[in-house]
Design a protein around this ligand. Structure first.
Ligand code: ZN
Ligand code: ZN
Length: 128
């Protein structure tokens, strides 16, 4: 089985021609609703006597959450690589298809790819 030599070409579509590594915040669950739940959870764990302690702002919280995200979304998975279609067990990585005008269009396609494909997308060259 030969591997697709250009993973960026394989993933890009007319609507989402730009291929980038990682996912947008939303795809990792980093959005305002999750922040609100986090704050409510702190509040609900307080007893009646205790005032709400100062909590991180949404911006601060987002920065903290991002520290925990990485491009590698699974250490070991057999899920199909969106690029080459392999189901061989291994790490899976986050890749995103963006529209040609990402500054005005926030839509995107999240992809999950195998290590080889991720490496090619990230560096433009094949893994040894
Ligand atoms: Zn692949
Ligand atoms: Zn590929």
């Amino acid at each position: 089985m030969s591997h697709i030599s250009d993973c960026v070409d394989a993933l890009s579509t007319n609507d989402y021609p730009l291929i980038t590594t990682g996912w947008p915040d939303d795809e990792y669950g980093i959005h305002h609703e999750a922040y609100r739940e986090w704050v409510e959870n702190i509040a609900s764990n307080l007893d009646d006597e205790t005032d709400m302690p100062p909590v991180m702002s949404y911006q601060e919280w987002k920065v903290k959450q991002r520290e925990r995200t990485e491009d590698r979304i699974a250490e070991f998975s057999r899920s199909t690589c969106d690029c080459c279609g392999t189901t061989l067990g291994g790490s899976r990585y986050a890749v995103t298809g963006l529209p040609s005008n990402p500054s005005t269009d926030s839509s995107y396609i999240p992809y999950e790819v195998c290590e080889d494909c991720y490496y090619m997308i990230a560096t433009g060259s094949e893994l040894e």
